[in-house]
Design a protein around this ligand. Structure first.
Ligand code: HAM
Length: 439
C-alpha cells in the first residue's frame, strides 16, 4: 500500500541501502501505519460514516479485538478460507484460545445475545468502524490488518426491506465518500430447505469436472465454496455450473423478488450474479458485493444471516448486514478534490524566547484553552526568526512574542502577521485582546 505506507525518515533522513531493512524495525507484513498526513482524509471518511449511520438510525457498537476462536469456527464456518487459513490465533497463559477478529459480524451477534440486546426495540441497527485481521497474502487491496465499516440490522422480521436497506446505506456511504461508477452484484443463496436440492445438483455437476485439490475436499464438506474458488481450473468450469436461482423455493424466490423491487424503488442499480456465494458460511437468501468499475476487489459485501444466532447456540434471529474495507476505498478516492488541501482553522502562534518564558507560556496556553481558542506553539529551542517563519507558513493571523523582557514586565508582544505591526499588551489582557481582534 504504497501511499499509506509512506516511511518517515528517521532524523530527517532515509536509511541508506547498506543500512537496509536491518537499520529500523518494519511494521508487520501486510500492516500499515496511518501517518499524520493521511489523518485528515481518514477523519473525513469517519465523519461521513457517522453521518450516514445517524441518518439511517444505526447506533455504534464496539466489541473486543480478541474473541474466543470458536466464535468464528462456529459462526464463519470451519471450511472457509478465513477459518482454515487466515486467523491469527493465540493461547493465553490461562489456556484460552483466542483469535484476532477476522470480521465483526459474529462478534456483534455474540454481543447482541450475551448483553440481552434482543430486549430492546427490534430490529436493532448497529454500526462499527474497527480494525480486523486476516493472515492473507499481502498485495494491493489485501492486507493483514484493515479497517471495516459495518452496518448490521438484527432481530425483528426476516423482512426483505432490511436486505435492501443494508445495501442502500452502504451504497450511499460510498457515493458520499466519492467512489464513482458503483456496481452492485446480488444473488440469493436460498434457505436450508432449497439449498439441499441445490447442493445435490452442484455435487452432480462438479463430480464430472476437474477441479483443484482444495475443491475436491470442499466438494464433500461445503460444495457452495467451489463457486468462490479463484483457481484458474475451477474458474473455467464455473460458468456451466447449475444456477441457484433455478433451485430457490417459493418463499426464497418471493423474498429475493421483493429485495430487488425495493432497490428498483430507490433506483439503485444492480446486476444479478447467480454464482455469487460469499466466503462466509453464515449467509442465507440475499448476498451481495459492491464494486467500482475497473476494480475486481469488492469495496463492500454482505447479506442476510438468519441462522448465525442459532449457529452460536441461541434461537433463530433474523439479521442482515454489510461491511466495507476502508483501505480499499481510500486508495480509490484519495486523489478526489474533497480530500486535497483540507484547511484547518488558522491559529494564533505563540513564540517564546528563553527558558523563563517557557514556563509562563504553558500557563498562558491554559488561559487560551479556557476560552476555547486554539493556539499553536513549538516550545522548543528554535530562534525567534525560525518561529516567525513557521507562524507565517501556517498562516497564523496573529503571533504572540514572549521574550525575557516581556516576561519580567508581565507583557507580551502582539504582532499582526499581515501588516507586521507590533504592540505590547499586558499579559493579563492578551486573551481578551486576541479574541477582540479575531472577531
Ligand atoms: P467480507 O467480504 O469478508 O465480509 O469483508 C467485507 C469487506 O472487507 C470486503 O468487501 C472488502 O472491502 C474488505 N476486505 C476483506 N478482506 C480484506 C483484506 N484482506 N484487505 C483489505 N480489505 C479487505 C465480512 O467481513 C462480513 N462480516 C460482512 C458482513 C457484515 N456481512 C453481514 N454483515
Amino acid at each position: 500500500m504504497a501511499d499509506i505506507q509512506k516511511e518517515i525518515p528517521k532524523n530527517g533522513r532515509t536509511p541508506s541501502k547498506r543500512e537496509g531493512k536491518a537499520a529500523f524495525f518494519q511494521s508487520p507484513k501486510g500492516m500499515h501505519d496511518i501517518l499524520p498526513a493521511d489523518w485528515p482524509m481518514w477523519e473525513k471518511i469517519y465523519k461521513i460514516a457517522r453521518e450516514i449511520a445517524e441518518f439511517y438510525n444505526f447506533s455504534r457498537i464496539e466489541t473486543p479485538i480478541l474473541e474466543n476462536v470458536d466464535l468464528f469456527i462456529r459462526g464463519v464456518g470451519e471450511v472457509t478460507d478465513i477459518v482454515e487459513k487466515e486467523m491469527f490465533v493465540l493461547k493465553t497463559k490461562g489456556g484460552d484460545k483466542l483469535a484476532l477478529r477476522p470480521e465483526i459480524t459474529a462478534p456483534v451477534v455474540r454481543s447482541y445475545l450475551q448483553r440481552g440486546l434482543h430486549r430492546l426495540p427490534q430490529p436493532l441497527k448497529l454500526y462499527y468502524i474497527d480494525p480486523v485481521f486476516r493472515h492473507e497474502k499481502p498485495q494491493a487491496g489485501r492486507y493483514r490488518q484493515f479497517n471495516q465499516l459495518g452496518f448490521e440490522i438484527i432481530g425483528g422480521e426476516s423482512d426483505p426491506l432490511y436486505d435492501a436497506q443494508s445495501i442502500i446505506v452502504m451504497y450511499r456511504f460510498l457515493e458520499d465518500v466519492k467512489v464513482k461508477n458503483l456496481m452492485v452484484q446480488i444473488n440469493s443463496i436460498g434457505c436450508r430447505v432449497c439449498r439441499v436440492t441445490y447442493r445435490r445438483r452442484l455435487i452432480d455437476y462438479y463430480k464430472k469436472q476437474k477441479v483443484c485439490r482444495d475443491c475436491t475436499r470442499r466438494l464433500e464438506k461445503n460444495p457452495l465454496r467451489l463457486l468462490d474458488c479463484k483457481n484458474a481450473m475451477c474458474a473455467t468450469v464455473k460458468p456451466n455450473a447449475p444456477s441457484i436461482l433455478d433451485s430457490l423455493c417459493t418463499v426464497c424466490k418471493t423474498h429475493f423478488k421483493e429485495v430487488l423491487e425495493f432497490l428498483d424503488e430507490v433506483n439503485l442499480p444492480y446486476s444479478l450474479n447467480p454464482y455469487l456465494v460469499r466466503g462466509l458460511d453464515y449467509y442465507n437468501r440475499t448476498v451481495f458485493e459492491i464494486f467500482t468499475e475497473g476494480n475486481d476487489l469488492a469495496l463492500a459485501s454482505g447479506g442476510r444471516y438468519d441462522y448465525l444466532a442459532e449457529m452460536l447456540g441461541s434461537r433463530p434471529t433474523p439479521a442482515t448486514g454489510v461491511a466495507a474495507g476502508l483501505e480499499r476505498i481510500i486508495e480509490i478516492v484519495r486523489n478526489e478534490p474533497v480530500y486535497q488541501n483540507q484547511r484547518t482553522k488558522p491559529k494564533v502562534f505563540l513564540i517564546h524566547v528563553g527558558e523563563v518564558t517557557k514556563k509562563k507560556s504553558l500557563s498562558l496556553i491554559e488561559e487560551f484553552r479556557k476560552e476555547n481558542m486554539p493556539i499553536f506553539e513549538t516550545l522548543g529551542k528554535d530562534s525567534l526568526s525560525a518561529q516567525l517563519e513557521r507562524a507565517a507558513k501556517i498562516k497564523s493571523p496573529i503571533a504572540l512574542i514572549f521574550g525575557q523582557k516581556e516576561a519580567y514586565e508581565e507583557n507580551i508582544i502582539l504582532r499582526d502577521m499581515e501588516t507586521g505591526v507590533q504592540e505590547s499588551v499586558p499579559l493579563s489582557k492578551v486573551v481578551q485582546e486576541v479574541k477582540r481582534r479575531l472577531r
